[in-house]
Design a protein around this ligand. Structure first.
Ligand SMILES: Cc1ncc(COP(=O)(O)O)c(C=O)c1O
Length: 441
């Protein structure tokens, strides 16, 4: 492969190579635009000196623009390829694909796994809609596994009970960044010839038995949406695999069946479908990501381990304060085998000791000015499931821990980037609210 071919980008355009180059970029960004981008990323927060400092860099950036070249490649170029190389190295995966978001990454994995109408996909009852969006859209049946009350992750024993001859995939979700117990899941998958995809949207940088989350299943990957531990200028995703039947198809899966890492003879006609696990063709849509998104991820990747360490300390602090109060169940600490990312803090209570349930506690916390994150509820209770003909009460009966925990016991709290004062306020507000409930206030 020539250097040009191997850099992993979009080679529709002969960027700067011929005497009359057909540039990839129709219109360039100039010095004035660049100043606006600096102002966007580093906004005026009302602090003294902002206007003076901005005036200085504005002049300097405009001067720089007068002597600089122009960015001639904005999508699927060298930065995207660099983000992928970094991912392969950091996560220990043979194949990596950087794309627009993780929902798009999951779509490609579901397609390669050949998911279609009537197939059954087992996933935890508690996750985000994105996990099930693709299989639901093609008429596959979502089978909800009950949760482990300690972690709110799917319970491998319930997964085993729910496997049928129609089960094609198991999708564990490392919820809040706490690692799922992967060994029993992988054993079940091997026994029943099922594909495993780890939804590690919250799990970037975490590990299970020395392996990075997202690199253990047949597929796995991360969200780089703005609220995740690191982001790619607001949106992004990484899809991983070690499978030789799947990984080489990622570039085509990302852009309409065109693989720009190979020599395109005639890009208008050189389009191939994905070939799924059963040898059937699947249509690829467009999940391309931009160079600037890839740069965003590359920059924040350098801080990922440090960010997790700060989050871990914050979780330890929450545990140290909350463990003093009877009735509060602190977050399960990492074991020798797990390294969580502490994306969210999992707060649980024993409603009998506290004298009320998590719904009451959540209201009290909101009154005290705390943000709690309530959207990770039982998916089968979401209205959209009724629209697709799912019987929520029948499913609820198969997920007793989910019902008990969601309505009575758990919620999530933020950990980062809270100041020391905010973190202390949050921990003590939880204790105070629990004491009020015990005293019937
Ligand atoms: C558990 C889970 N899975 C998947 C996703 C989807 O990721 P993205 O927003 O990058 O498509 C999210 C995003 O919030 C998530 O929380």
């Amino acid at each position: 492969m020539s250097e040009k071919q191997s850099s992993g980008g979009d080679f529709r355009y002969a960027v700067g190579e011929s005497k009359v180059p057909w540039h990839a970029v129709g219109e360039f960004y100039d010095g004035k635009d660049s100043v606006e981008m600096v102002k966007f990323l580093l906004p005026d927060d009302g602090k003294d000196g902002y206007a003076e400092q901005l005036a200085k860099v504005e002049d300097e950036i405009k001067k720089l623009a007068s002597v600089s070249g122009k960015a001639t490649k904005l999508t699927l170029g060298k930065k995207v390829a660099e983000a992928e190389e970094l991912s392969k190295k950091y996560f220990g995966s043979k194949y990596a694909c950087f794309l627009d978001n993780w929902t798009g990454g999951m779509e490609i994995a579901y397609k390669l796994a050949g998911i279609g109408a009537g197939d059954e996909i087992i996933m935890p009852a508690v996750t985000f809609i994105a996990t099930m969006a693709y299989p639901l859209s093609v008429g596959a049946k979502i089978v909800f596994a009950d949760i482990d009350p300690e972690t709110i992750n799917l319970d491998p024993a319930d997964v085993a009970r729910k496997i049928t001859p129609k089960t094609k995939m198991i999708v564990p979700v490392h919820l809040g960044g706490y690692p799922v117990d992967m060994d029993p899941i992988m054993e079940l998958a091997a026994k029943h010839n099922i594909i495993v995809m780890e939804d590690a949207a919250h799990g970037m940088g975490g590990a299970y038995k020395g392996r990075k989350l997202g690199s253990i299943g047949h597929f796995g990957g991360f969200s780089l949406h703005e609220v995740k531990n690191i982001n790619a200028l607001g949106e992004g995703g990484v899809l991983l695999s070690n499978e030789d039947w799947a990984g080489p198809q990622f570039p085509g899966g990302r852009f309409l069946g065109l693989d720009f890492t190979r020599k395109i003879k005639d890009w208008l006609y050189d389009i191939s479908p994905l070939t799924d696990r059963f040898g059937k063709p699947q249509v690829a849509l467009n999940h391309s990501a931009t160079e600037i998104q890839a740069l965003g991820m590359i920059l924040q990747m350098q801080r990922l381990d440090e960010i997790i360490a700060i989050r871990r300390k914050a979780a330890e602090y929450m545990n140290s304060v909350l463990s003093q109060e009877e009735g509060i169940l602190v977050e399960k600490a990492d074991t020798a085998e797990t390294y969580g990312t502490h994306h969210l803090y999992l707060l649980r209570i024993d409603p009998k000791i506290v004298g009320g349930n998590i719904q009451t506690l959540s209201k009290k916390l909101a009154e005290k000015g705390l943000t709690n994150i309530t959207h990770f509820g039982p998916m089968y209770r979401f209205k959209i499931m009724k629209d697709f003909g799912y019987d929520e009460e029948a499913i609820a009966k198969t997920c007793p821990n989910t019902e008990e925990m969601f309505y009575n016991s758990y919620t999530h709290l933020p950990l980062y980037p809270l100041t020391k004062e905010q973190l202390e306020y949050q921990a003590h507000a939880v204790v105070e609210a629990v004491r009020e409930m015990k005293e019937g206030r």
